[in-house]
Design a protein around this ligand. Structure first.
Ligand SMILES: Cc1cc2nc3c(=O)[nH]c(=O)nc-3n(C[C@H](O)[C@H](O)[C@H](O)COP(=O)(O)OP(=O)(O)OC[C@H]3O[C@@H](n4cnc5c(N)ncnc54)[C@H](O)[C@@H]3O)c2cc1C
Ligand SMILES: *[C@@H]1O[C@H](CO)[C@@H](O)[C@H](O)[C@H]1NC(C)=O
Ligand SMILES: *[C@@H]1O[C@H](CO)[C@@H](O)[C@H](O)[C@H]1NC(C)=O
Length: 547
């Protein structure tokens, strides 16, 4: 008898149920008998180079607040690790006492994946090793080893001192941790690729506390008894390059490629408005930009910004392009942008910087506001007239009392040259031209209307996703529709196999991370259905545009 498609689906479904990662249902809580005594905790702390900070300590209060303050939770034991051995001891301690583990580097995660109540948080903030090796045998321009707790600012400064550049984030306070494990885009991605394309090696502590070195050549594991085994299995290296933070182990150190510095970096700024005296004047500007994206010289990278708020009594709705040119700008590369700067004649400029760091230094982190964000990856062809109408309609007519806007990071260039299967980021990253994050923003005064704005934002997010392909795992909405395929496309199944290998008991869990099982618990729903994103646009602009 021929099998029907229905039988086949059922078989696949059963298979999925059977091989699900075993999820530790309930970890030990501080009120329970399983919780370690204060003496046991003190002995553990004595064994560390770092320290344990607790609620009430000034350090704890600083570190616990997530950048998206709405997702702040209170780990019971925050272990401020200083060394790889501290991480190994913390994992073994948490496993011995059956305590939930969370991992945090900078706390920038949009949806709180780096914290939880009652957890032992391995906090990497003080893992700040930085070592440059300019005579690296595997990369002729040199390499840098960085601890997961470094900020990009600290790394940029060190790299600049050594006369090199590195691919990193636009915001100075973000850490390489979750940023790199989820992909990592940059103002210079179109020249140097994604962060995952620049990793030479990961040093990781696995869920058993073993020390792991992962490279394209394979995996070395050093056990507690000091024995090391090596194999040529590079699956972990693939999974760590895009599979997301908090999933396969704790990455203590990253070794990145360095690059020769550009002769200079030129910043191009161009500003326009969607409306003048209530009349639409800006759509043509957006369409002009779109027409330039496909063949944009790879030296140009940067950001596209839309904000649905007044500029003056006459103008409404800033449309801005903040691009950066890697290296001295040729006349041809300048003229490529002519259709844009002809339009924004009164409000554009080119600024030259001697180095990437001098340019990056101008990017400052200032104002935070309340937003609900959503993202999609857009190729040049996805920017249809219908898309232009959608975003501009939302700018002029957002949910009452809110503001709609978008920030797009230019991708493409070098990122497209790397094969879809070479790393585990969503395959759409390799054909996308922009990671487009839009938002609905409202104010503290209207926070009682949270749910109304969140609901409106959710449906706009779903609509935005119909134009693009997939979602950047590091810029997620709080309510992804199909998180596995949204974040990883076809790569999810393989990532899940690798997760089972490295964390068979599901010791590492985070929201919408590979292997995540939805609890259906109503507390989860209330925490996340009304979600505030504290984020700001001036990070990218280096200037304050919000009125
Ligand atoms: C203001 C702002 C600017 C941003 N700019 C950019 C940008 O320019 N480009 C870009 O690509 N993204 C950007 N992002 C998104 C950023 O990539 C994510 O927020 C990312 O999660 C930050 O990683 P983190 O380790 O610093 O944050 P955390 O919140 O500390 O961690 C994020 C996730 O990674 C896990 N994790 C952290 N460290 C480790 C580790 N050592 N080992 C294993 N898991 C770990 C955590 O458990 C969590 O799941 C920005 C975000 C914000 C809020
Ligand atoms: C060390 O530990 C590993 C993993 O538990 C084990 O496979 C190996 O046989 C041990 N080696 C020695 C010399 O005890
Ligand atoms: C470029 O233009 C922006 C916006 O008008 C302005 O804030 C900035 O100072 C200008 N930069 C230079 C170097 O003139």
């Amino acid at each position: 008898m021929a099998r029907s498609a229905g039988d086949f689906n059922l078989a696949v479904y059963l298979l999925v149920v059977i091989v699900e990662v075993t999820v530790v249902e309930s970890f030990c809580k501080p009120s329970e008998a399983c919780w370690p005594t204060s003496g046991t905790i003190a002995a553990f702390e004595n064994s560390l180079t770092g320290s344990i900070v607790e609620r009430g300590d000034a350090k704890y209060e600083d570190l616990v607040i997530m950048k998206n303050a709405r997702t702040t939770k209170y780990p019971t034991l925050m272990v401020l690790v200083k060394t790889t051995e501290d991480v190994q001891k913390s994992i073994r301690f948490a496993r011995t006492h059956d305590i939930r583990i969370t991992i945090q580097s900078s706390g920038h995660d949009f949806i709180g994946r780096s914290t939880d109540d009652f957890s032992l948080q391995i906090n990497m903030a003080e893992m700040k090793d930085v070592a440059v090796d300019l005579s690296s045998a595997r990369h002729s321009d040199g390499e840098i080893t960085v601890g997961s707790g470094c900020s990009w600012k600290e790394i940029y400064q060190e790299v600049d001192t050594n006369g090199r550049v590195i691919l990193g984030g636009s915001t100075h306070t973000v850490s390489p941790g979750g940023y790199t494990l989820g992909g990592g885009h940059s103002p210079v991605s179109r020249t140097l690729g994604l962060a995952v394309d620049n990793v030479l090696e990961f040093e990781m502590v696995d869920v058993d506390g073993n020390l792991v070195k992962s490279t394209s050549g394979g995996t070395d594991i050093t056990f507690e008894n000091g024995t090391t085994t090596s194999n040529s299995d590079a699956e972990l290296f693939w999974a760590l390059r895009g599979g997301g933070g908090g999933t396969f182990g704790v990455v203590t150190k990253f070794i990145f490629k360095l690059h020769q510095p550009p002769s200079q970096v030129v910043k191009f700024y161009c500003g326009y408005a969607l409306l003048a005296y209530g009349q639409v004047i800006g759509k043509n500007m957006i369409k002009t930009f779109i027409s330039l994206i496909k063949d944009l010289p790879t030296e140009w990278g940067g950001y596209f910004i839309l904000i649905g708020s007044p500029i003056s009594s006459i103008y409404f709705g800033p449309i801005m392009f903040v691009l950066n040119h890697y290296g001295t700008m040729t006349n041809e590369h300048k003229l490529y942008l002519e259709p844009l700067y002809n339009l924004c004649a009164d409000d554009h400029n080119f600024t030259e910087f001697d180095s990437f760091w001098k340019y990056e230094e101008t990017i400052v982190e200032e104002e935070y506001t309340w937003l609900y964000t959503f993202n999609t990856l857009m190729s040049a062809d996805d920017f249809t007239d219908d898309w232009v109408n959608f975003v501009t309609d939302q700018m002029t007519n957002p949910p009452a009392g809110s503001t709609f806007g978008c920030t797009g990071t230019l991708i493409g260039g070098k990122v497209k040259e790397i094969g879809k299967q070479e790393t585990s980021v969503h395959p759409a990253f390799r054909s996308t031209d922009m990671s487009l994050t839009c938002y609905v923003a409202w104010s503290y005064e209207t926070r009682h209307l949270d749910n109304r704005y969140v609901d409106a934002a959710k449906s706009l997010g779903r609509k935005l996703q119909t134009y693009g392909r997939g979602v950047y795992v590091n810029e997620p909405a709080a309510d992804p529709t199909n998180w596995k395929s949204d974040f990883w496309g076809d790569n999810y199944d393989k990532l899940y196999e690798i997760k089972k290998k490295w964390d068979p008991a599901g010791q590492l869990q985070c929201r919408y991370c590979v292997g995540y099982v939805e609890s259906g618990n109503s507390a989860d729903q209330t925490t996340f259905s009304a979600f505030w994103m504290f984020c700001e646009m001036s990070v990218i602009l280096g200037l304050t545009v919000l009125p």
